[in-house]
Design a binder for this molecule. Structure first.
Ligand SMILES: [Zn+2]
Length: 401
């Protein structure tokens, strides 16, 4: 595969050397066509749409694509089967540049993750190779911060299975290669108790950088997962990076439907982080439905206490969304519908009449949902949101009862 080799030759990073080593002894004939397609796509998308790509990040993308192409042999399976081998050995020895130090302030690491996704993973469309690249990056990140394959599970689902939740978009234009599968990336952090808290965020996006929707939520989870390596968690924490949210929350519905009754009953509550910069107000919705009625549980009260405590200690206000029955759609819905208490973390704006709302100014699902645009337009908005939500999330994970 001369073209692929050309890409490798043009750079000399350690990563490329690692990939080059992995290529030795690997029979590439079966994936040659796939690699070729991937390379074409990589060049097309990154040259025209990514905000800024320096050589280092370009090398990383090439690496990701190589790993991706090696892990995707063309074959057909029936829905529900694991489609890709996700060769664990391909992820060995990969290092990420971000590090959590003892004095790293809350939110700082998350902001670095957002910047990386914003600049290198533009248009993570559901059921495309761009979404799969993001999944691979997530797995790499979890492995490099210290988790192992024992903690990580990839739950694939086909677009056939997802069709119930699928709404057709017109974004599958030239430059996006569709995939038959999307995937949830699941990280389990064992605790003393087998009872589970689920923390979710979707990593797919519209054909834009998706900084707020939803690199922000993904980054919040990554930082939190990193911090948990240094902390003691009582409950078992399950971080779920959902695929295919933008096509009807397919990933979260698939996840919930795949749970047994006992597994569902074992979930204490679910936290969903989505669209954290849609406005300057840091909000949370917390609810529980019992026999069709909104109800307040002991855990909901605990979260309210945590928010009060948080607000007393800092000048960053975390506000309870006043009417939770109007919670916006998202991955928490699938859990909510089966009676799991849910919390949604979201950044909203406020209308003159006092209502909180999602689309002012219009960021979500537009090209303005870009980290550079948001930082230039609203100084400090990203820092404030990530600081506030990062502390609040950790409190909820460690101090709920
Ligand atoms: Zn979203």
């Amino acid at each position: 595969m001369p073209e692929l080799q050309g890409v490798l030759d043009s750079s000399a990073s350690t990563k490329d050397k690692i990939v080059r080593k992995k290529l030795e002894g690997f029979d590439l004939r079966g994936v040659e066509r796939f690699c070729h397609l991937m390379k074409q796509e990589f060049l097309k998308i990154t040259c025209t749409e990514v905000v800024s790509v320096n050589n280092g990040t370009r090398n990383l993308i090439v690496t990701i694509l190589l790993i991706l192409s090696l892990s995707l042999p063309a074959c057909s399976h029936s829905p529900g089967e694991i489609h890709h081998p996700w060769e664990t050995s391909l992820f060995e020895n990969i290092r990420m540049p971000f590090e959590l130090l003892e004095d790293t302030p809350y939110g700082d690491l998350a902001i670095q993750y957002i910047a990386f996704m914003n600049d290198n993973m533009n248009g993570r469309l559901a059921f495309t190779n761009r979404e799969k690249e993001a999944a691979i990056w997530l797995i790499e990140t979890l492995l490099t911060i210290g988790y192992t394959w024992e903690n990580i599970k990839i739950q694939e689902f086909s677009d056939e299975i997802a069709s119930d939740y699928w709404s057709q978009h017109d974004w599958f234009e030239e430059g996006y290669q569709t995939e038959a599968y999307s995937q949830n990336v699941i990280l389990t952090v064992p605790g003393q108790s087998d009872q589970i808290i689920i923390v979710g965020a979707h990593y797919d996006s519209h054909p834009f950088p998706g900084a707020s929707d939803n690199a922000s939520g993904v980054a919040l989870l990554l930082e939190s997962a990193y911090r948990m390596l240094l902390l003691e968690n009582y409950y078992t924490l399950v971080y779920v990076f959902f695929g295919a949210e933008e096509v009807g929350s397919a990933g979260s519905h698939y996840y919930v439907n795949a749970l047994s009754d006992a597994e569902r009953d074992n979930i204490l509550f679910m936290i969903n982080a989505d669209a954290l910069f849609e406005g300057p107000y840091l909000l949370y919705c917390a609810d529980y439905v019992e026999q069709g009625k909104m109800s307040v549980s002991i855990t909901v009260n605990a979260w309210n206490d945590i928010a009060c405590r948080h607000n007393n200690l800092s000048d960053i206000e975390i506000i309870k969304f006043p009417d939770s029955s109007e919670m916006p759609f998202g991955d928490h819905k699938a859990f909510f519908e089966v009676g799991v208490p849910v919390v949604l973390l979201i950044g909203l704006d406020k209308r003159d009449n006092g209502e909180y709302w999602l689309r002012s100014p219009h960021l979500q699902h537009t090209p303005q949902d870009c980290m550079h645009y948001i930082s230039e337009t609203w100084d400090g908005k990203i820092d404030r949101a990530m600081l506030g939500f990062s502390i609040f999330l950790e409190e909820m994970l460690l101090h709920s009862y």
